[in-house]
Design a binder for this molecule. Sequence first.
Ligand SMILES: *Cc1c(COP(=O)(O)O)cnc(C)c1O
Length: 370
Amino acid sequence: MQDPNTYKLLTPGPLTTSLTVRTEMLVDRCTWDKDYKDMTQEVRSSLLELAHADPKEYTTVLMQGSGTFGVESVLSSIPGENDCVLVLVNGAYTERMCQILTYHRIHFKRLDFAWDSIPDAKEVEEFLKVNPDVTMVAMVHSETTTGILNDIAAVGAVVKAAGKTFIVDAMSSFGGVDINVPEIGIDFLVSSANKCIQGVPGFSFIIARIEKLMASKGNARSLSLDLYDQWRVMEKDGGKWRFTSPTHVVAAFHRAISELKEEGGIAVRNARYAKCNQMLRDGMKELGFEAYIDASHQGPIITTFFYPENANFTFAGMYDYLKTHGYVIYPGKLTERDTFRLGNIGEIYESDVERVLAIFKDYLNEVNHA
Ligand SMILES: *Cc1c(COP(=O)(O)O)cnc(C)c1O
């Protein structure tokens, strides 16, 4: 079959998936049939393996909806009445965590960091010392707003030492950056189908420490996002989802996991992402585009660039030019300055980056001679 895609996505989820992943969705599957439940169970155990987690200590819960539904499921199901969550804010996705906690009237505190810098473990340690009411700490790993890669290992160490629960949104890194969940001391990790595993959108997943998940029974503030109950049904019924499951999406994801293994696993995928990201940063710099995050904290997933100082430049013009030539880019998400973003996850290879850079060059030539 010829790939019906007419352009590739330089957006970090949804992203460009392989034709073979999309082809899995041509089959209609029955949710209570053993074949489908087995597929769900295989997905759950593969995710644990990717997280280096022991099934005696950790479990995987799949949750309908986009990534935010997974984050909201954890934040609204895990804290009890006497808990207080500390959110380490350095981007839009931790701002969203605060919003979720506000909606559910859950006690929380925030520790703010500049969006172009990573949360400092030492500062977190100090904060925990003087705020003994805090029982849980939540942060983002790859902050897709800016492209910065936060140091979850350093923060995890101080959170563990203080005996707190550690919640990590690893939405745009899990599967593309190796994360040793038990070693870092993560209790709840959230990611979704349409990011580095390279599936299509439709569900999120939570790698959860069983002991803490069980202790949260009865804490959920929402029926459909009740993490404990979702897990209970999946366990009891051998892979049965509590409510209608996104069968096509799960089948595509099942395939995407085998393609990750075929590629060589997380290390090899990470090397591809890192190489493409480096080429993009270097090539764009040569064309005069300055990156927002400095090289030492730049993650391999997505890069934020400032608009060029060119009177004829418009984002809409550049967007259209690139789309016409086969690539779709992403607007920026910063408020203080005009930026745009280029993601390089999904079916994006070095040859794509070379092509994209050539298109940017042609576009700039055209603008300069307008
Ligand atoms: C994609 C993403 C989310 C979830 O966003 P949705 O639009 O709900 O899928 C959350 N956090 C981060 C860091 C993300 O990249």
